[in-house]
Design a protein around this ligand. Structure first.
Ligand code: GTP
Length: 417
């Protein structure tokens, strides 16, 4: 039957000592195979003004039509009043590895007359995903944790060739502590190579000027040359200048490529000479997917969680921490138990000392009493001896014993008459 506390089989298992090979050596392999079978969860968010090519890029990036083609918005049609957030999920399989990809779209961003608060619903969305993760982490069964946190945010910059707009800066300033920001220059095929190079410089200096933290390709020290070169190559392309297209077009030399055809030629999406699409894809899907997930978990989520706990009043009452941190709770219980033991010991010592003192006092008292009695008896005996010796001397000297005179001068004749 199923093992249970009543089942004797299980207690014999526990009592057995582990000798030799257990099979831990296979664990990494097992974990790896399991995660390959279960697949990875990755959530990307796209933000940018309408018409910058967000849906097109996502479809291009993951080589699927994640986004069904949209009906163009009729001029008289009403625009959505707020920044609405939509998310679309898809399972993508590549070389037997399944990736559950979720793309969070934010249509309507920056489309209003007053865009001051455009970032707000996006921050709220990101934080509510942190909230749901935290809630799952605190559940008893933590095996089925679904990670819906946003691991990367592609921020689309309009290809103006000037500098960043106020809305861009505001958005990045509000979001850079909550999400991995990856700025991209949209529709890069509308600019010349030189314009793109200058625009990139301006964007980077704006970002630096406003102390905005964008996702950094990790710097490796003890890696092989190839890895270092790849990391440097990717870093040098940020902000990625991208061109998106799901359509195949013919090139003058007769190839069929994903790209955009113009009277002056074809811009190829997958050609690194033409745009940074390949580098962006490489960074997201191949090189840094794990880093993006890790940074989200270890830094962004962790900072948010700490801040949240502090704002919930951990300072005034540490129970929040204990509820969340079993180690802290155990430690506290141990300290309390030790304090209790120490108190009991001190009490026992005190009682013992008191008893000893009482006994000592009693002994001392009886000793004094004995000594006093002994002294008394000794004195009485001494007196008797003196008296007798007195009498003896008088008898020996032959004098008759005369009674002593009393105070009134009369003889006390009652002793010997
Ligand atoms: P919303 O859904 O309204 O927020 O727009 P979006 O940002 O998703 O843009 P979408 O992908 O729908 O593209 C808008 C238009 O731009 C379409 O006509 C696309 O064909 C075109 N487009 C997309 N990517 C590019 C690009 O890289 N270069 C050029 N020139 N046009 C593009």
């Amino acid at each position: 039957g199923a093992p249970s506390p009543q089942n004797p089989a299980i207690s014999s298992v526990i009592r057995k000592k582990l000798m030799g090979y257990v099979g831990f050596a296979n664990l990494p392999n097992q974990v790896h195979r399991k995660s390959v079978r279960k697949g990875f969860q990755f959530t990307a968010m796209v933000v940018g003004e309408s018409g910058l090519g967000k849906s097109t890029l996502i479809n291009t990036l993951f080589n699927t039509t994640l986004y069904p083609p949209k009906e163009p918005l009729h001029p008289s049609a009403e625009r959505p009043k707020t920044v609405a957030i939509e998310s679309i999920g898809a399972d993508i399989e590549e070389n037997g590895v399944r990736l559950h990809l979720t793309v969070v779209d934010t249509p309507g961003f920056g489309d209003f007359v007053n865009n001051d608060d455009s970032w707000k619903p996006i921050v709220e969305n990101i934080e509510s995903r942190f909230d749901s993760y935290l809630e799952q982490e605190n559940r008893v069964n933590r095996l089925k944790v679904v990670d819906n946190r946003v691991h990367a945010c592609l921020y689309f910059i309009q290809p103006t060739g000037h500098s960043l707009k106020q809305i861009d800066i505001e958005f990045m300033r509000r979001l850079h502590t909550k999400v991995n920001l990856i700025p991209v220059i949209a529709k890069a095929d509308t600019m010349t190579d030189e314009e793109i190079a200058n625009f990139k410089q301006r964007i980077l200096s704006d970002i630096q000027h406003h102390n905005i933290h964008i996702f950094q390709a990790p710097t490796y020290e003890n890696e092989d040359e190839e890895t270092i070169a790849e990391a440097e190559e990717i870093a040098s392309k940020i902000p990625f200048a991208i061109v998106g297209s799901n359509k195949f077009v013919g090139t003058p030399d007769g190839r069929k490529v994903r790209g955009r055809a113009y009277p002056w030629g074809v811009v190829e999406v997958d050609n690194e000479e033409h745009c940074d699409f390949v580098k962006l894809r490489q960074m997201l899907v191949r090189t840094y997917m794990e880093e993006l997930r890790e940074y989200t978990n270890d830094v962004l989520y962790e900072n948010w969680r700490t801040e949240k706990l502090v704002s919930m009043g951990v300072a005034q009452d540490s129970t929040v921490f204990k509820e969340i941190n079993p180690a802290a709770r155990l430690q506290e219980e141990r300290v309390m138990h030790e304090a209790k033991l120490a108190k009991m010991e001190a009490e026992m010592k005190m009682v013992f000392q008191q008893k000893v003192q009482e006994k000592e006092a009693k002994l001392k008292q009886s000793e004094e009493e004995l000594y006093a009695r002994h002294k008394e008896m000794k004195e009485a005996l001494e007196k008797q001896r003196n008296d007798l010796e007195d009498k003896k001397r008088k008898i020996e000297s032959g004098r008759p014993i005369t009674p002593e005179k009393n105070a009134t001068g009369r003889r006390k004749g009652f002793l010997r008459t």
